[in-house]
Design a protein around this ligand. Structure first.
Ligand code: SF4
Length: 389
C-alpha cells in the first residue's frame, strides 16, 4: 500500500460523530431484529460464501464504493448509488436484491425493480445523515412558503439521488427531476428551461458548486433555505431575486474537508494533485485541481500515469481501496483525521452473513419497500433524470 495513511490519526470520536443528527422517523431504521453472528467468528467469510452459493441466482448482492472491504468482496457488482439502482433493475430474474449501502439507495432499488423482487438492507440503521436533513414535512412546508412568497410557480425542484423516496416523490409530483453528482449540470440546465428558479435538495454544496462552477451563476444568485426558520431565513425579496434555493443540507463526510486540509497536503506531498467530490464545500472545490463524482474519481486515478500523487477528498474506504489497487501511485487521504461514513460502515460482515442466512432459511429480513403512491412519483422524477439530454 502507498502512503495513504501518512499523517492520518485514527479517531474513534470521528466515527461516533459522523452520521449523527439523523431523524428517527425518516431514514434511520431500527436495531437488527435477529441473532447476529459475533464479529469474532472466524467462520464468517466461509458462512457468507456458503450462504451465497446456496442462494445462487436467487440473490444479487450490490456493494456501494464506500462499503468495507469485508463486505465488498461478496458484491456481484460495485458502483455509486445510481449505477447500483440501474444494476438492480437490470436483474429482474433475481428475486432477492441484497443492498450493501444505505437506506435511500435500497429505496431507489425497490422503486426501479419489479414487484416480484424484494430488496434487503442488511442493517436498517444504515441511513444517510444528508438524506435525513430534508424530511418530507419540512419540504412540504418549504413549498407552501414558496407559494405564499409567489415564487413556487416559477420554481422547479431538483433533488439529489441522496434523498429519501418521499423527497423523490415530492420532486416528481412537482414536475422536477432527480440528479446525481455526474449529471447535476444537465439537470440544472434542463430545470432552467422549465422555470426561473431551482429548489435544490438536500445537498447545498452540490447545488452551489454546480450552479456557480458549471452554469456560470454567481454566488449571489444562491440563497440557502434553513428549514428551521421562517422563509428559510430569507426575505420575500431575496427569494424573488434568487435563481438557486439551496436546501441547508450537507454530507457529514465530504463537508469535513477544509481549505486548510488542501493547503496542508500540498505542503506535505510534493507534486500532489487534489481531487475532491462535488459534495465538498465550495472553497475546497475551488482550491482543488480536479473535481469528480465517485465514478470519475476512480477513473481519473486508474488512468493516471505511474508515479503521480493524489490527495483524495472522499470517503475513506474508497480512498484506501484505490491506494491498495494502485501501489505505483502515491494516494493519500485529504484529511488528517479518519473520515469513514459511519452509516455506510454499519453494514459489516456479521450483518451480511445474517441477511444471507435468513434468505437461505426462507425468511426475508429487513425488506425495504416504498409505498405505491410515493413510488409512482419518485419513478417519474427518476425517469426524468434518465431522459435528460
Ligand atoms: S457519504 Fe455522505 S451522502 Fe454518502 S451515505 Fe454517507 S452521509 Fe450520506
Amino acid at each position: 500500500m502507498t502512503e495513504l495513511m501518512a499523517g492520518v490519526e485514527h479517531s474513534p470520536l470521528a466515527l461516533l460523530l459522523l452520521g449523527q443528527q439523523r431523524d428517527q422517523s425518516s431514514e434511520r431504521g431500527v436495531d437488527c431484529p435477529g441473532e447476529l453472528p459475533p464479529a469474532s467468528d472466524p467462520a464468517l467469510v466461509e458462512r457468507a460464501r456458503a450462504a451465497k452459493a446456496a442462494l445462487g441466482d436467487q440473490v444479487f448482492v450490490l456493494g456501494h464504493h464506500y462499503q468495507r472491504d469485508e463486505v465488498i468482496q461478496f458484491a456481484d457488482v460495485t458502483g455509486d448509488s445510481f449505477r447500483l439502482a440501474q444494476q438492480a433493475a437490470a436483474r429482474p430474474d433475481a428475486p432477492y436484491i441484497v443492498f450493501c449501502g444505505v437506506h435511500f439507495m435500497a429505496e431507489s432499488a425497490d422503486i426501479l425493480t419489479t414487484d416480484q423482487q424484494q430488496v434487503v438492507l442488511p442493517d436498517l440503521a444504515a441511513g444517510c445523515s444528508m438524506a435525513d436533513m430534508a424530511s418530507f414535512q419540512q419540504v412540504e412546508d418549504c413549498w407552501e412558503q414558496l407559494q405564499s412568497a409567489g415564487v413556487a410557480d416559477v420554481t422547479v425542484p431538483v433533488s439529489y439521488m441522496n434523498s429519501s423516496a418521499a423527497i423523490k416523490g415530492f420532486t416528481g409530483r412537482h414536475g422536477g427531476t432527480i440528479c446525481t453528482s455526474s449529471n447535476a449540470d444537465r439537470a440544472l440546465e434542463w430545470a432552467f428551461t422549465r422555470g426561473e428558479k431551482v429548489l435544490f435538495l438536500p445537498d447545498q454544496h452540490l447545488g452551489r458548486n454546480t450552479a456557480v462552477r458549471e452554469l456560470g451563476l454567481s454566488l449571489e444568485d444562491c440563497v440557502v433555505w434553513n428549514p428551521r426558520r421562517p422563509l428559510g431565513g430569507n426575505t420575500v425579496e431575496q427569494l424573488q431575486a434568487a435563481r438557486m434555493i439551496l436546501w441547508k443540507g450537507h454530507c457529514s463526510v465530504h463537508g469535513r474537508f477544509t481549505l486548510e486540509s488542501v493547503e496542508d497536503v500540498r505542503a506535505r506531498v510534493p507534486g500532489v494533485q487534489v481531487l475532491v467530490h462535488p459534495e465538498c464545500q465550495y472553497e475546497v472545490v475551488q482550491a482543488a485541481d480536479q473535481v469528480g463524482s465517485t465514478e470519475r474519481i476512480i477513473k481519473l486515478v486508474e488512468e493516471s500515469p505511474a508515479g503521480t500523487a493524489w490527495a483524495i477528498g472522499t470517503e475513506l474506504n474508497l480512498v484506501r481501496r484505490l491506494a491498495d489497487r494502485h501501489p505505483d501511485k502515491t494516494i493519500v487521504f485529504l484529511e488528517k483525521t479518519v473520515c469513514f461514513c459511519s452509516t455506510m460502515n454499519r453494514i459489516d460482515l456479521p450483518h451480511l452473513v445474517w441477511a444471507l442466512e435468513e434468505l437461505v432459511a426462507g425468511r426475508v429480513p429487513n425488506q425495504i419497500t416504498v409505498e405505491p403512491e410515493t413510488a409512482k412519483y419518485a419513478r417519474q422524477a427518476l425517469d426524468q433524470m434518465l431522459a435528460l439530454p
